[in-house]
Design a protein around this ligand. Structure first.
Ligand code: FES
Length: 229
């Protein structure tokens, strides 16, 4: 069925006016307008955080953030893609650090500058309570920091808006690592799967995957079982 005029919206991609179908996501609308994603796109399913985008609506001062693969275009959107958000990559040895507040302060001393302004929470396209998990980490409540940050994709939009120049997604990642290593520990399923791997239960399957051609791998990937847990 062909589209009529009402099925289109006008958006601005990197400053250029474009008329695009109204039912597209930002990512698809950008492709419709002729952009090719070499960076700034990954899973296309809202899981990887690679497609962070900022936009303003015409007539509004508010800078908003979204995942381009999830957010549908709206009339008057002024869009810019942020295919990469620069941040310092801190390294640590999980076996050598302790699960307490000092660890966060040692590796990320900037969290002490948190103003509790909540800008990070407002910037999160996943509606995660970012400020709350940063504050929990600061108090040493690792369990809560891990729980609140669990759905973080690391898209970087919180870090881009933080006036104290904190990179919250790094804090959440450390909290989840500490929690699973020192507080919760590996689950029964993980332990038994590790045993199975050690015993060679999957050797044959892994070998056949390593030797499979691309077409077979695509077919297998598309027909894989997903667990909704
Ligand atoms: S491309 Fe992976 S979250 Fe959008």
């Amino acid at each position: 069925m062909s589209k009529n005029n009402n099925d289109f919206v006008t958006i601005y991609v990197m400053g250029k006016k474009q008329k695009v179908p109204a039912d597209l996501t930002i990512m698809k609308a950008m492709e419709y307008a002729g952009h090719q994603f070499i960076r700034g796109s990954g899973c296309r399913g809202g899981f990887c955080g690679a497609c962070a985008t900022v936009y303003r609506m015409r007539g509004s001062y508010k800078l908003q953030g979204a995942l381009a693969c999830q957010k549908q275009v709206e009339e008057g959107m002024i869009i810019a893609q942020i295919p990469f958000s620069p941040s310092e990559k801190i390294t640590y040895k999980l076996n050598e650090i302790k699960a307490n507040a000092n660890t966060f302060l040692e590796y990320f001393p900037e969290i002490a500058r948190c103003l509790s302004c909540n800008t990070c929470t407002k910037a999160c396209p996943q509606d995660i309570m970012v400020m709350d998990y940063v504050q929990a980490a600061l108090r040493g409540d690792i369990k809560l920091a891990a729980k609140l940050s669990f759905d973080c994709l690391g898209c970087g939009l919180c870090a881009m808006r933080c006036p104290a120049e904190i990179v919250p997604y790094n804090i959440g990642q450390l909290a989840r690592r500490l929690e699973s290593k020192y507080i919760e520990g590996p689950t029964e399923q993980v332990l038994s799967r590790c045993e199975e791997i050690k015993e060679g239960k999957y050797d044959k399957e892994i070998e056949s995957l390593k030797n499979a051609d691309k077409e077979t791998l695509i077919k297998l990937y598309n027909s894989r079982e997903m667990k909704n847990e």
